[in-house]
Write a protein that binds this ligand. Structure first.
Ligand code: ADP
Length: 505
């Protein structure tokens, strides 16, 4: 972790590759529709901000229903009469691989754009977000042309040949959040394209820039016009229009539970396929028989990575009573040593939250935690007066029913809950409306596997936390979502199954 940042350090933001123009702005501003870079039909723009200082770094086109219609029609044409869905799988794979190669060649620029627009540490953009996004394109390039149906013996008739085909769904509307912009774009675009679909993607209004640069690289790679379209803009206008548009066959969304529910309601009008990856309040459960030092280290990275702005954040750290004092000593000492710093400094491990609004939301929850009687043992304050930096914060003695133990804060706030035994741990772990992920720390294999079986979560980590992999399905139980991303499971989400019956009798 870096030394405590001063206001001066926080104010310093010196772009390396992405030089600002004479107005102090980056060049990104147009949207990608049918292979052309265009302004919004309305001519409106909105500001892209560097959260490290709050400064405007670009003016981005503000798309609405008129632009969404153009993009949806372009994607429709590219799907219905363009070369993409009919192309050999190996040719599509070559193009996806080329996108990955171009991302790799421009990795520093992309990483810096990500940090400039999101406020996350440059080191993480460069060493985590970008490599994982590049690998995602390569992973799904490997699936191109390998999506297969089955031959199935009919149950009632022997003299028929029956098989299934897996066919692309068509035009995919993809709406993504601001916490991992380019990675979320990769998780959505790569499997959709591998299966032969076309895409209209809407980045979060806070973080359009790295995705616009990705759009340039996709065109440079040689993707046919209209295969990927990028509409920048706000949720209530551009996002809602994408969900409503009749030419869009599927919506893949990552974001808040509330917006996910609204999308599902709206998608019902056209019965679009919907996959939703929503919030979480994931428990990270530490049993007394585990390696407490290691568990404490991972508990902190599990909540403070990406400034806690992760759907999988291990925001409920649960500790067995008999090990509580020992664990809390390590956890608190380590948490107090963690500091925030200038996101563009390669030594920084915690950067800025995304926005003033998010910072105020997080500080509001910290206040609620104090008022509810939880014990603040680390952090709790804003850092500096520029940008949106909040100290890594730990509350001890949190009761399961408190708001800070039930609601997704999406910031650097850990709630520590003490439990008595396995049954108590399971009751608390499963006692929220979410079910995205869970961590279990124990050296007892039977306890680990039994717990993994009984906890309500789409992903369970045993003696680790926050591991995702392009090959492993990811998604939620309960209000954490519908469907799975990544791995072979993603291919099912981006294809229809068609049954073919050939009568032989
Ligand atoms: P967060 O709380 O993390 O900002 P949101 O769910 O509000 O999450 O936003 C995630 C994505 O959903 C963003 O791209 C945002 O613009 C979009 N969005 C927000 N509201 C709507 C809506 N009503 N319809 C479609 N998309 C929306």
């Amino acid at each position: 972790m870096t030394d405590t940042a001063t206001n001066e350090q926080l104010a310093v933001a010196t772009p390396q590759k992405n030089q600002l123009d004479e107005r102090g702005l980056l060049r990104y501003g147009k949207m990608l529709i049918d292979g052309q870079w265009v302004d919004a039909v309305s001519g409106q723009t909105f500001a892209a901000i560097y959260p490290g200082t709050g400064a405007t770094i670009a003016n981005v086109a503000s798309g609405d229903s008129a632009d969404v219609a153009l993009a949806a029609q372009a994607a429709r044409r590219a799907f219905d009469s363009g070369p993409w869905p009919k192309m050999n799988g190996s040719e599509r794979a070559k193009l996806l691989w080329k996108v990955a190669d171009l991302m790799e060649q421009n990795i520093e620029e992309l990483a810096e754009l990500e940090t400039l627009n999101n406020g996350k540490p440059l080191l993480e953009s460069l060493r985590v977000d970008l490599p994982q996004s590049i690998a995602c394109f390569r992973y799904f390039a490997g699936w191109s042309g390998k999506v297969m149906g089955q031959t199935i013996e009919p149950e009632a008739r022997a003299n028929a040949l029956c098989y299934t085909l897996r066919e692309p769904v068509g035009v995919c509307g993809q709406i993504i959040p601001w916490n991992f912009p380019i990675q979320m774009a990769a998780w959505k675009i790569a499997p959709a394209l591998a299966c032969g679909n076309t895409v209209v993607i809407k980045p979060a209004e806070q973080t359009s820039l790295s995705i616009l640069r990705l759009g340039e690289l996709m065109m440079e790679a040689g993707l046919p016009n209209g295969v990927v379209n990028i509409i920048t803009g706000f949720g209530a206008t551009a996002g809602a229009a994408l969900v409503e548009h009749p030419e869009v066959d599927k919506i893949a969304f990552t974001g808040s539970v509330e917006v996910g529910k609204a999308i599902m309601r709206s998608a019902a009008n056209t019965l679009k396929k919907v996959t939703l990856e929503l919030g979480g309040k994931s428990p990270n459960i530490v049993f007394a028989d585990s390696n407490l030092e290691l568990a404490a280290k991972y508990a902190l990275s599990g909540i403070f990575f990406n400034q806690g702005q992760m759907c999988t954040a291990g925001s409920r750290i649960m500790i067995e009573r008999s090990a509580r004092d020992q664990f809390m000593e390590v956890l608190t000492a380590r948490a107090k040593k963690m500091t925030v710093g200038d996101p563009l400094n390669m030594k920084t491990r915690m950067g800025s939250l995304i926005s003033q609004e998010q910072m105020e939301r997080v500080l509001g929850y910290i206040e609620k935690g104090k008022q509810a009687g939880a014990a603040l043992v680390a952090g709790g304050e804003r850092v500096g007066s520029q940008g949106y930096f909040v100290q890594p914060t730990v509350f001890d003695e949190v009761q399961h029913e408190m708001e800070i133990a039930q609601e997704e804060i999406f910031g650097p706030v850990a709630s520590v809950i003490t439990f008595e035994d396995v049954n108590d741990a399971l009751r608390i772990a499963n006692g929220t409306r979410f079910g995205l992920a869970a961590g279990i720390w124990t050296n007892d294999i039977k306890k680990a596997l039994t717990f993994a079986k009984n906890v309500h979560a789409g992903t369970v980590w045993v003696n680790t936390y926050n591991m995702t992999d392009n090959a492993l399905p990811f998604g939620g139980y309960k209000e954490s979502g519908i469907g799975r991303e990544l791995g072979p499971a993603a291919l099912e989400m981006y294809t229809h199954s068609k049954t073919v019956w050939v009568e032989l009798g």
